[in-house]
Design a protein around this ligand. Structure first.
Ligand SMILES: [Zn+2]
Length: 386
């Protein structure tokens, strides 16, 4: 959806036919089409530009992206994917407008007449794999084509918190259960957002569009957590009080975990080998003059960053693996580990890692929470929240 760069200087107009000196787009962004007279030039596509204008107008009236999507669906306006298919261009299978498809349009500066390049970057010039580039590092060329939206309107939407454009990512917040929560109807994960000082949970599908899942309700994580903890305490205590501890329970958990860790470690090893190979390839290409010093430096920096991340991941995984392998050796400590978990639960001091040993997932529905335990011999627990 963005312009692909082919230019060093717009002034070299005589060389246009040689794919230099202008901005070519593989697929013109929704709202535009390719000029038939001037190769690579974007011109306004009246039908879809009308929709783009409408989206920005609704946003200015403080509608949320999701509300705008609902409105467009109600009016049966074809989605960009559908519309572009009509024009014989590549399309995906999206048949309805969603919060994301609207947000993507609202966030694309191409509609103000600027060309944005370098949203992604190949990890090496030979690789097809791309990584995202930080927004501040985008390459912007001003006024390369006719605007559909004024820069004022665009900036107003993006700088004004009233329009809800400030994103708060809570994925890194360490919450015990939030990562284990799923919608009971569409089975997609619940999204987490900070709202009114708490963590708000909402079905990921419904967040996109009511047509994907009709479960509209929002829950505050802080209100659900104590209910779940209480239920786990009760269930666990009665389970281990009545039964003699089966040695197999923990062993089974451990074996699964060890297998998973070994698989992940293997993945990191493959990644590291791949990166080393690319670094040597890059070095050879620099030596033989196939790439410039600048290209070399940029690609090298990206690869080193990747290598550092892979090494860090590998170290963490190795530590985890060691831990789990040791547990396996000391069979006598199994009971202690379970008892320890029970104690932790009682004191409300357990981590997300502990949770993963106990719970496989938690489903949230209308007035109901369903806990699925990781122990196959503990039945799912349904709790009414009404
Ligand atoms: Zn749902």
């Amino acid at each position: 959806m963005f312009c692909k760069e082919t230019s060093k200087s717009i002034k070299k107009s005589k060389r246009r036919k040689m794919y230099e000196g202008f901005y070519a787009c593989n697929t013109p962004p929704y709202g535009y089409k390719k000029s038939e007279d001037e190769h690579g030039k974007l011109i306004i596509d009246e039908n879809s530009a009308k929709v783009v204008k409408k989206i920005f107008e609704l946003k200015i009236k403080h509608m949320t992206s999701k509300q705008i999507a609902e409105q467009l669906n109600k009016e049966k306006i074809p989605t960009p994917a559908q519309y572009l298919k009509v024009k014989g261009l590549p399309q995906n299978s999206v048949k309805i407008w969603t919060r994301t498809s609207v947000s993507r349009i609202l966030g694309n500066p191409v509609y103000t007449g600027d060309c944005i390049r370098g949203k992604t970057q190949n990890i090496s010039y030979k690789s097809k794999k791309k990584i995202s580039v930080r927004k501040k590092d985008y390459i912007v060329t001003k006024n390369t084509h006719e605007a559909i939206i004024s820069k004022d309107v665009f900036e107003k939407i993006h700088n004004d918190t009233l329009y809800g454009s400030t994103k708060q990512d809570v994925n890194r917040i360490n919450t015990k259960f939030a990562d284990l929560m799923y919608c009971a109807y569409c089975h997609k994960k619940m999204t987490k957002r900070i709202q009114k000082g708490g963590i708000n949970l909402h079905c990921a599908s419904n967040r996109e569009s009511n047509e994907l899942c009709s479960f509209k309700e929002n829950y505050f994580y802080e209100q659900i957590e104590p209910i779940i903890i209480e239920e786990i305490q009760k269930t666990f205590e009665s389970y281990f009080k009545d039964k003699t501890l089966k040695k197999s329970i923990l062993k089974r958990q451990n074996t699964l975990k060890i297998k998973e860790l070994e698989r992940l470690l293997n993945g990191q090893d493959i990644a590291l080998k791949r990166i080393s190979f690319k670094i040597s390839q890059l070095y050879n290409d620099r030596l033989s003059g196939k790439i410039s010093e600048e290209e070399y430096k940029n690609n090298y920096a990206v690869l080193i960053e990747e290598r550092n991340i892979a090494n860090e991941n590998k170290e963490k995984l190795e530590l985890d693996l060691e831990k789990f392998q040791n547990i396996k050796l000391e069979t006598s400590s199994e009971k202690d580990i379970i008892n320890n978990l029970i104690k932790k639960i009682k004191r409300d001091k357990f981590s997300l890692e502990d949770m993963n040993k106990i719970i496989s997932k938690i489903e949230i529905g209308k007035g109901i929470i369903i806990i699925h335990f990781a122990f196959s011999d503990i039945a799912d627990k349904k709790i009414s929240t009404l």
